[in-house]
Write a protein that binds this ligand. Structure first.
Ligand code: GLU
Length: 238
């Protein structure tokens, strides 16, 4: 289980994401990746090895975006490789995931039977195709993640973005930690407060089964029954 960072803002968030990944490097990982949304669509860069390799690749291909997610992976399903690194993409959706999906094999078969093509060996990729399949039925990104969470079994912290809901990040937690970070005119999510230490000292810990919708100036949290709930804001002095 490794690292996650996400930001929704009105400025370019690439630097915040890379800084967040660097702050999570102490955990150990085998690959790193980033996805950014801008007017041109959804862009991904991944590298096996260190965050520095990803950072160098972004100097050559300087993608920008006001909405983004980033990940350091500790492989559990599929070898450490660029192909297996997160984010994973399905149609207009990008996803990062920490944890293990126990029923991924049966879900993968179902999704392949309905035409989804897998490009990695990970368990995580089933989640993004599952979310895309609910989107196709006309559900919002939030509702699609909620429906997907009902079908997946195992441990997860996940964050999802889409180029069709450009000002929104959806995240969910079950068995793996996830914390929201509150900023001014931008909001964050991380697998650990350390990832967000350079940008905020106000945090909201998600509880088991929570799904959150994060926008630039607001956030809402829903429990496992899909009722909106309020969670405590903690202020830290670092
Ligand atoms: N199980 C996922 C994978 O192998 C996520 C691993 C992680 O938590 O970094 O890609």
């Amino acid at each position: 289980m490794c690292g996650i960072v996400g930001v929704v803002s009105s400025r370019n968030v690439r630097g915040i994401l890379i800084e967040g990944l660097k702050r999570l490097e102490y955990r150990g990982y085998d690959s790193a990746g980033i996805s950014l949304v801008n007017e041109g669509g959804i862009h991904v860069e991944k590298k096996q090895g260190k965050v520095k390799a990803l950072e160098d690749a972004l100097l050559i291909n300087p993608i920008e975006g006001h909405l983004g997610i980033a990940h350091t992976r500790w492989a559990t399903h599929g070898q450490p490789s660029e192909r297996n690194a997160h984010p994973h993409i399905s149609e207009d959706i990008a996803l990062v995931h920490n944890g293990i999906i126990e029923n991924f094999e049966s879900l993968k078969k179902e999704l392949q039977a309905s035409g989804y093509q897998f490009t990695s060996e990970t368990d995580s990729e089933v989640i993004v195709h599952l979310i895309a399949s609910f989107r196709k039925q006309g559900l919002s990104l939030l509702n699609s993640v909620q429906e997907a969470c009902k079908k997946i079994k195992g441990a997860y912290a996940l964050v999802v973005i889409s180029k069709t809901e450009e000002d929104t990040m959806i995240c969910a937690r079950h068995g793996s930690p996830l914390v929201l970070g509150l900023g001014f005119g931008e909001n964050y999510v991380g697998s650990d407060v350390l990832a967000l230490q350079s940008v905020t000292n106000r945090f909201v810990y998600l509880e088991e089964g929570d799904v959150a919708c994060i926008e630039t100036n607001s956030f809402s949290i829903f429990d496992v029954q899909q009722n909106e709930v309020s969670r405590t804001v903690s202020e830290y002095t670092f």
